[in-house]
Structures are given as structure tokens and as C-alpha cells.
Design a protein around this ligand. Structure first.
Ligand SMILES: Cc1cc2nc3c(=O)[nH]c(=O)nc-3n(C[C@H](O)[C@H](O)[C@H](O)COP(=O)(O)OP(=O)(O)OC[C@H]3O[C@@H](n4cnc5c(N)ncnc54)[C@H](O)[C@@H]3O)c2cc1C
Length: 475
């Protein structure tokens, strides 16, 4: 399309603000429409006197987009990686170290896994069958199609390894259920292993690790990073670097129509924004209905994406009132343990910058809720806190009330990519390519920060706008 002079961006979360920043760098006039708060799901709050992230607390370094953005924001000198990399698993009522040497939960050393006692001897034998079992006719290896993570991994490795190791990890990251999650869209690394030409998933994952080692990648290289001061630093810097952008907070978009000159967006306060093009970064459950009349197939595809809801309780405790959290970044809790809590991030163990040696206190970020488990949603804040404290007592040990509690309820916050998601999004993008409307955000090709940055930059590029950057994405 002809390079636009004016673009309206729907949504002022990370994706919307990255799109607005890149457009403004490219000399385009930008209007951002945001109903609630800038930063969207990225929220850093002061807890026990320190800036603590209430949602995302780290971005992946294995892919370049978030790091490259930080470089452009001149933030890369202020990034820090977790002080602890290993996690606990809460199994059979006790915490134990998550077995090492896995690829996204898939064990690559079954003897080492057996030594941890995390799964039974029968489960080890069942997983070992992966090394000799032929491919199932439904596997991606045979069909080339995308599949659901859980059923595929159960065929290869058995139920126990999935229930006790893989579902807590992959389900935990996505607040989802591996039974219905797309292998290709959610864990491209395992999808690549599943299509490697060797039906054994364990051998394919091992081969991936060996290739990475042969390419010189250090196994000790940091995997995640975060800005000192929290994710809000990224949002604040983006806003500071685009003073000319027209940012309207308080009312969302009610409708988007195509016009001969581009697009017309009607805002909930009755105002109208006419622009040459639009970038839609709202959650898919908002974008779908918004686009339904202008582009019915696109609207239907986005509306059909399920979302799961979670709550995150950030709590500060006096150091002596909480069990030992040193030496690990957090704890994953499988569904079978029956707790409301799905995961705990030991914030003051994981992040050196959050430790206060004088206070010696402990900050925990505790998640509840995932696909199929919305028990938390019926509890008010007091009841939710009580239930979570009872779970924390069981998992970590708690002997006194927290000194501070913050509760964030993130309703319909995690899109659940079903098998075939990438093909459906490719069809959506193809239909949008003939229009002045581009799509970015968590609905597209990844729910994490790097994927959202990438989707925003791709949307800007698709509108024909380029921007100056300090570093090539390939370096
Ligand atoms: C609890 C939690 C933990 C997470 N942890 C991590 C992590 O550790 N690492 C990681 O990489 N990622 C993590 N994520 C994901 C990360 O937060 C997202 O990738 C990112 O914040 C998404 O940004 P976004 O702008 O695409 O979406 P959002 O932040 O959802 O922004 C969309 C915006 O659209 C606005 N909007 C809604 N309706 C309208 C309307 N009608 N008109 C205009 N605007 C509208 C919303 O108010 C919102 O501000 C986590 C997410 C959650 C919820």
C-alpha cells in the first residue's frame, strides 16, 4: 500500500506503543486509542518499597526482537538476568528440584530423571519406549500437520512425564492445558524436533542441544533478561521517545470501518479518528468483534480464539516467616496437586535487584487460574488471599501473615492457540494484506514480549513504513 501519513493504533499496551514508536520514527503521524492504562498487561508496581513486575518479569533472549528494542531504547546496559535458573516442582506434597537437562520439559537424560525420583520407574520405562517406537500416523513427523501438544507427547513419552513435568511447565507459562494447545504455535522448538526426521522426540531434542553446543552457544548463557526497575521502564522510555504522538487514554474503539481514504475509527466517547491506516493490537476477543463488520472472516477467526484468565498475588513477607526459597527461581505446581496455586515466582531469589539485605524480606509472585480451573474467579480478594496463603503454607511454609499484598486479576489475558493457529493467522494476514488494516499483539504468533514486539514491527513494515534502528535484528 501507499505509505500512510496518519495511522491510528488501537491499544496502548506494549505492541501498540512499539508500533506507535516505530511509526513516529518513520515520520508518520500517529493516534493511539487506549481505554484503560498505557502499558496494558505490563505493569510494574511498588511492593515493599521496590518496583516489582505484576505480570511479565522477563523476556526471552534466544530470539532477538525484545533485546533489539532495548538496544534502540538505550536500555541494554541496564538489563539483568535471573540470579537463579533452576525451578522447583511441587510433587506429591513436597518441593523438589526440577530435573535438569530438559528441552521445554522433554527429558533428554532419563537416567538423570530417574535419579530425581520425580516420576516412577514405570514412567521412565514408558518414556524410554520413545527411543524405539515408530511414529504414530497422527504425528507431525508423518502428516506434516500441527497437533495438540499433550496427545502427541503422551504418545511419545507416556502420561506421567506429561502430567508431572511437561504440563506444569508449558501449561504454566501459557495458563493453558497442553491437551488443546498447538505444538507449532506454542513450542516451535518441540515442533521442529517432532519434524526432525527421527520419530524419537528425545533423540531429536538431544540433537538440537548438540547442534546448539556445536555452534558455540554456551549452555550457561543467560536465557532471560529484564530491565532494572521493571518492565515499566520499556513503556516509560517508549512514551518519552514519542512526544509528538497523539495518545488518547480513557475510551476504547467501538468500531472500525474502511473508507475510500483508509479507515474510520469510532471511539467510545463519540469521537471519530480518520486515518490512512490502522494497526489493531487489542486482545483477539476485542479485535474480532471490532473487525467483524469490515472483515467478517478475519473477525470470526479472531473471535474464535479462546482466552484463559489468571490472578497474580504479589506478597511481601518477613524473611523468617517463610520457608526457604534460596537456590531456585520459583515453583511449578501440576494440576494433580489440587491447589489453587499454579506457580510461584520467588522474586527475591530470582532477581538480585529485588533483594534488600537490610530488611531480609521475601517477595513471592503467586499465580492462580488456568484453562479448566477458574475457581479463583468466584473468590473476593480477602477469600482469595486466604486460599493462596493456605496453599503457600503447604508448598513453601508460611508462619506469619504477609506484610503487603497486591492482587492483579487478568481476565481473558492469555490467548490459547489451538492446533492450526499459525495457518489461521496466515490466512488472516493474507486477507488483511489487501486492506489498510494490520494486526499485531498476542493473537498473532506468540504470547511473549519478543513475539509482540516482532508483530508490532512487522505490522508497521507491512504498512510500508521503515524506521532507523541501531542494530540489525540478525546480530
Ligand atoms: C500474568 C502474565 C504474566 C506474563 N509473563 C510474561 C513473561 O514473563 N514474559 C513474557 O515475555 N511475556 C509474559 N506475559 C505476556 C506479556 O505480558 C505480553 O506479551 C504483552 O504484555 C502483550 O502486550 P500487548 O500490547 O500485545 O497486549 P496488551 O498488553 O493486552 O495490550 C492491549 C491493549 O488493548 C487495549 N484495548 C482493549 N480494548 C480496546 C479497545 N476497544 N480499543 C482500543 N484498545 C483496547 C487494552 O486495554 C490493552 O491496553 C505475561 C502476561 C501475563 C498476563
Amino acid at each position: 500500500m501507499t505509505r500512510p501519513d496518519h495511522v491510528v493504533v488501537l491499544g496502548g499496551g506494549l505492541s501498540g506503543l512499539v508500533a506507535a514508536y516505530r511509526l513516529s520514527q518513520g515520520g508518520v503521524h500517529v493516534t493511539v486509542i487506549e481505554p484503560h492504562r498505557l502499558g496494558g498487561k505490563l505493569q510494574t508496581s511498588v511492593v515493599a518499597g521496590r518496583p516489582v513486575d505484576e505480570t511479565a518479569d522477563a523476556f526471552l533472549l534466544r530470539v532477538p526482537w525484545a533485546l533489539a528494542l532495548c538496544h534502540d531504547l538505550e536500555l541494554d546496559g541496564e538489563l539483568i538476568s535471573p540470579a537463579e535458573r533452576t525451578a522447583h516442582l511441587f510433587l506429591d506434597g513436597a518441593r523438589r528440584a526440577m530435573p535438569g537437562g530438559h528441552v521445554m520439559g522433554v527429558p533428554t537424560d532419563l537416567d538423570a530423571l530417574a535419579a530425581t525420583g520425580a516420576v516412577s520407574a514405570a514412567a521412565i520405562d514408558r518414556a524410554r519406549a520413545d527411543l524405539i517406537a515408530p511414529a504414530d500416523p497422527h504425528d507431525p513427523y508423518v502428516t506434516g500437520d500441527d497437533v495438540a501438544i499433550g496427545p502427541y507427547l503422551r504418545r511419545r513419552l507416556g502420561d506421567e512425564v506429561v502430567d508431572r513435568l511437561i504440563d506444569p511447565l508449558l501449561g504454566g507459562i501459557n495458563a493453558g492445558d497442553t491437551t488443546t494447545m498447538s505444538l507449532a504455535a506454542v513450542v516451535p522448538q518441540l515442533d521442529a524436533a517432532a519434524r526432525s526426521g527421527d520419530p524419537s522426540l528425545i533423540r531429536s531434542c538431544l540433537a538440537q542441544r548438540e547442534r546448539a553446543a556445536a555452534s558455540g552457544a554456551s549452555p550457561d548463557a543467560p536465557i532471560f533478561a529484564t530491565p532494572i526497575g521493571g518492565m515499566a521502564r520499556i513503556i516509560d522510555l517508549l512514551l518519552a521517545l514519542m512526544p509528538g504522538v497523539d495518545i488518547r487514554v480513557g475510551h476504547g474503539a467501538d468500531a472500525i470501518e474502511r473508507t475510500p481514504a483508509g479507515v474510520r475509527v469510532t471511539v467510545a466517547d463519540g469521537s471519530v479518528v480518520e486515518a490512512d491506516a490502522a494497526i489493531v493490537t487489542t486482545p483477539a476477543h476485542v479485535a474480532g468483534p471490532l473487525l467483524a463488520s469490515a472483515l467478517p472472516t478475519v473477525g470470526a477467526a479472531l473471535t474464535a480464539i479462546d482466552h484463559s484468565s489468571i490472578a497474580m498475588l504479589t506478597m511481601a513477607f518477613d524473611g523468617e516467616s517463610i520457608g526457604d526459597t534460596a537456590g531456585a527461581s520459583g515453583c511449578l505446581v501440576p494440576r494433580g496437586e489440587g491447589t489453587l496455586v499454579t506457580a510461584i515466582s520467588y522474586a527475591t531469589s530470582k532477581w538480585a535487584q529485588l533483594r534488600d539485605p537490610e530488611r531480609g524480606d521475601v517477595i513471592l509472585r503467586t499465580s492462580v487460574g488456568r484453562t479448566g480451573d477458574l475457581r479463583f474467579a468466584d473468590l473476593d480478594d480477602a477469600a482469595l488471599t486466604e486460599r493462596v496463603l493456605a496453599d503457600l503454607d503447604q508448598i513453601v511454609g508460611v508462619s506469619a501473615a504477609p506484610t503487603e499484598v497486591r492482587i492483579g486479576r487478568w481476565d481473558r489475558s492469555f490467548p490459547q492457540y489451538a492446533p492450526g493457529h499459525l495457518d489461521r493467522i496466515a490466512a488472516v494476514q493474507q486477507e488483511l494484506a489487501a486492506t489498510p488494516i494490520a494486526l499485531a499483539g498476542m493473537a498473532v504468533n506468540g504470547v511473549g514480549i519478543p513475539a509482540c514486539v516482532r508483530s508490532a514491527e512487522d505490522a508497521v513494515a507491512r504498512l510500508g513504513v521503515t524506521w532507523p534502528t541501531r542494530r540489525s535484528l540478525s546480530t
